[in-house]
Design a protein. Structure first.
Length: 393
């Protein structure tokens, strides 16, 4: 069963209140039953995908087939000027291997780029699945170009609809001509991942890793519910692990839900956020927020608690690791967007607070310089946060 724990950078606050940093750690637990998967491949077959890229896309699809179990489901959609369903939703055990490979060979490059139509077709295939309500559903998108008609905002709405249906999108852009905002929006909004592929040879690994990761899911559609006390404000919410992503939280009264990527065995997750604790007349321990993890019908809970005090020695206590986690996440999120100047500003602030000799500050500065001098691959890599074993303090 998954467990949850919370921590804050300042456990003691003055009576006039303060803004603190909090983190919520999620341990996924272990699988207690096998996972049935539905994998929908959504592959760009526009003219720019010709040559090695389309051949490697075919090879990647074939690699996926080798990883599927008989009870898994598969769909294959290609998109160029229009979207084409090459393999309608089918249980893998009912599909002849030769038939599947013939469909893959039908992936040929030519025409424009209707990515939106391709995603919509893949969504329909996933919606028709008979894999069951507990199935792990993945939409794997590969593209090297820009949609002919749609902007990133259009894809955000579509990705949210796909996410609400229980499907996680793992999106990859290859080359230098795809729309970074679109690829990032798809992976972030649908609680998957987004990545840059440097070369056609990376396609097979991208598909394979995604399918194997789906097999280790402990609980799909996990979420953290925040119920904050009156007067408490929450801001700057990020998923720090497994990939740095900013979260747009919708509040209803004093409650909100932070949706998590599917919980996966041995993959620790973390949410970091800022909390403004209001002034209080009484000097006592106070719960700022009740935190509940919901995952596959099970729940786990903890709370964010501080103590108001006038004891200066206590007020000086500070857990730097929590603050550093938040700052690292903000920096890596900005680097993922290519916002080097914003990242540099955050590094400067981090240096003032923690000192230039702090290992975490040096690492943040190093990563910022790598992205500044590099390209899309470095941006994508920057969003991957170190785990506890490699934690910098």
């Amino acid at each position: 069963m998954a467990t949850i724990s919370t921590d804050v950078n300042r456990p003691y606050l003055p009576s006039d209140g303060a803004k603190i940093t909090a983190e919520i750690d999620v341990e996924p637990g272990e699988q207690d039953e096998s996972v049935r998967r539905h994998v929908a491949l959504c592959i760009d077959t526009s003219g720019s995908m010709g040559g090695a890229k389309i051949q490697q896309a075919r090879d990647g699809a074939a690699w996926v087939f080798g990883l599927l179990d008989d009870d898994d489901y598969v769909s294959l959609v290609g998109f160029d000027t229009d979207a084409t369903v090459h393999i309608p939703t089918t249980r893998w055990g009912r599909l002849e291997r030769d038939e599947a490979m013939d469909a893959v060979e039908d992936l040929t490059a030519g025409g424009g780029t209707d990515m939106f139509g391709g995603l919509a077709s893949a969504r329909e295939e996933l919606a028709s699945s008979r894999a069951g309500p507990d199935a792990v559903k993945r939409l794997l998108l590969l593209s090297d170009g820009k949609d002919n008609e749609h902007e990133p905002d259009d894809f955000e709405e579509l990705a949210r609809e796909i996410d609400n249906s229980g499907v996680r999108i793992q999106s990859a852009g290859i080359g230098e001509d795809y729309n970074e905002d679109t690829i990032r929006t798809l992976g972030t909004t649908a609680r998957g991942t987004w990545t840059h592929l440097e070369a056609p040879g990376d396609i097979e690994e991208f598909f394979g890793d995604a399918v194997e990761q789906a097999a280790s899911v402990v609980a799909p559609d996990a979420q953290v519910e925040l119920d904050v006390a009156p007067g408490v404000e929450v801001s700057e919410v990020y998923r720090a692990l497994p990939q740095a992503q900013e979260v747009d939280v919708e509040w209803e009264d004093n409650a909100a839900v932070v949706k998590l990527p599917d919980l996966t065995e041995r993959e620790h997750q973390r949410v970091v956020l800022k909390i403004h604790a209001p002034a209080r007349r009484e000097l006592e321990e106070v719960t700022l927020a009740d935190v509940t993890l919901s995952a596959r019908g099970d729940t786990a809970s903890d709370d964010v608690t501080v103590e108001y005090t006038d004891d200066n020695e206590k007020l000086a206590e500070h857990d730097e690791s929590v603050s550093i986690d938040h700052k690292q996440t903000v920096i890596r999120t900005e680097l993922g967007k290519g916002n080097v100047e914003a990242a540099e500003t955050q590094v400067e602030k981090m240096t003032v607070v923690h000192g230039e000799d702090t290992e975490a500050v040096q690492e943040a500065d190093r990563q910022t310089q790598i992205v500044k001098e590099g390209g899309r691959a470095e941006q994508s890599q920057a969003t991957q946060i170190v785990d506890d074993a490699d934690r910098l303090g």
